[in-house]
Design a protein around this ligand. Structure first.
Ligand code: AMP
Ligand code: GLY
Length: 429
């Protein structure tokens, strides 16, 4: 099968590796890709992400049988709809289904009206700012304030004081997140431990991949600002088989049923961010795509034909047998970031040492924010630069191997967390 992969981050590098390794994959092309992805896939040069017609004609000319869309932005804009309308199979939801990520009020309403476990909430529009402030006065703290729309993971404030909550409301309504903040969701604070579970969905049925745990805060011990994610491991022992079954029965099954009945079936990767307390999962958020950096770990432990699995889902009849094993061993993926991320950071620094990593030792360096300079050196070009992902029989070995490999790599201002996976070890010990 000929496949086109859309995206340019660490998540897409992991997808590229998984697709390329699939027995059913003949040709893999990437738009726009990154220097890591382009070691595995052919670069598409005559297409623009901003012009879906160029993508459609590329797919027709190259007999592309499956398009896999990595990031949320093109999904929310309706790229999957445009390609599907032309008879091209797409792994990724329609714009209507992608609202499960792009509108927090939409996804909360869907959950509450179908008894899917999630925090209680209310919404306020910009002209109801005073009501929102009054609501805070009557609420318990901590309380969680969220911009309704897409805000690159930054639109959520867990307010520890009423003043912080009032400030968050003012910030959002004064345009800090542009249009994403025209409405806010205020929700109850959930206690527990977080995990991410991805379901490959065909609109009705689904296959869950290995549960993972992300590390969202910038500093060790979950301190500091929220980021896109500083590292992840899989499988996460906090998600026992029993918890995973509850996630299937109380979350994915009713969500897919509700979306199908409403006329916008979800086809693609449904990402469920969970809070687990006493073995009971509740939904913190849904995303309409694979997570980053969780995918790097989740696909490392996946055994099977990823391309065939995604193709079957894209065509409305998922074939679960393409996943031979949900998790073979453990993977730990540590993000190497630019100094200053998630705020201002500098780019353009040469990256040293990746060539010293031996892939035979089950270490993969995933490119996230990298590019190539005129002399073909790999340089930093983003906040999250690389993911160093190790695979081993135990979680403890995977963590050790990943950290050992980082010793070979350097770039100016390189920063990483030192405690990725520690919470997983605490559960297993
Ligand atoms: P989100 O973008 O909705 O996943 O939120 C970002 C982070 O904020 C989550 O990973 C949680 O750590 C935290 N968070 C969001 N909603 C809640 C909640 N209702 N209770 C506790 N923490 C939350
Ligand atoms: N790692 C969280 C996300 O992809 O949204």
């Amino acid at each position: 099968m000929n496949i086109l992969l859309i995206g340019s981050g660490g998540r897409e590098h992991a997808l590229a590796k998984g697709l390329k390794q699939s027995a059913s994959c003949d040709l893999l092309c990437a738009l726009p890709g990154n220097p890591g992805i382009l070691t595995l896939a052919q670069k598409v040069t005559d297409c623009s992400l901003n012009d879906p017609n160029t993508i459609i004609s590329f797919c027709k000319r190259n007999a592309i049988e499956l398009v896999v869309i990595g990031p949320e932005a093109p999904l929310v804009k309706g790229l999957a709809d445009m390609l599907t309308d032309k008879g091209i199979s797409v792994f990724g939801p329609s714009a209507l289904a992608a609202r499960i990520e792009s509108s927090k009020s939409f996804s909360k309403e869907l959950m509450i009206s179908h008894n899917i476990p999630t925090a209680r909430y209310t919404t306020f529009t910009g002209d109801q700012a005073q009501l929102a402030h009054d609501y805070i006065e009557q609420s318990e703290i901590p309380i969680v304030i969220k911009a309704d729309g897409l805000a690159a993971g930054k639109g959520v404030i867990v307010a520890e004081s009423k003043q912080e909550a009032h400030d968050a409301i003012n910030d959002i309504f004064s345009g800090l997140f542009a249009d994403a903040g025209s409405k806010i969701v205020i929700e109850e604070f959930l206690q527990g431990e977080e995990a991410s579970v991805f379901a490959i969905c065909d609109g009705e049925n689904f296959v869950m991949l290995a549960p993972a745990q992300d590390h969202k805060r910038i500093y060790d011990n979950d301190v500091g600002k929220n980021t896109g994610g500083m590292g992840a491991y899989a499988p996460a022992p906090i998600v026992t088989d029993e918890v995973l079954q509850k996630v299937a029965d109380t979350i994915f099954t009713p969500t897919l049923k509700a979306m199908k009945e409403a006329g916008y079936p979800f086809i693609g990767c449904l990402f469920c961010g969970l809070m687990i307390e006493n073995g009971n999962p509740s939904v913190i958020e849904f995303n309409c795509r694979f997570g980053d950096p969780e995918t790097q770990a989740v696909l490392t432990v996946f055994e099977g034909d990823l391309a065939a699995l995604l193709y079957s889902a894209a065509n409305g009849s998922i074939q679960a047998e393409h996943m031979k094993q949900r998790s073979k061993g453990f993977a730990c993926n540590i993000v190497l970031a630019s100094k200053g991320y998630p705020d201002h950071y500098e780019t353009g620094y040469k990256i040293y040492g990746t060539e010293n990593i031996n892939p035979n030792q089950q270490i993969t360096i995933y490119h996230a924010g990298t590019s190539q300079d005129v002399d073909n050196n790999i340089i930093t070009s983003g906040g999250r630069v690389l993911g160093v992902c190790a695979h081993a029989e135990t979680l403890s070995e995977a963590i050790q191997k990943a950290y050992k490999s980082i010793e070979h790599i350097s770039f100016q201002g390189m920063y990483f967390r030192k405690d990725i996976g520690k919470k997983g070890l605490a559960v297993t010990n």
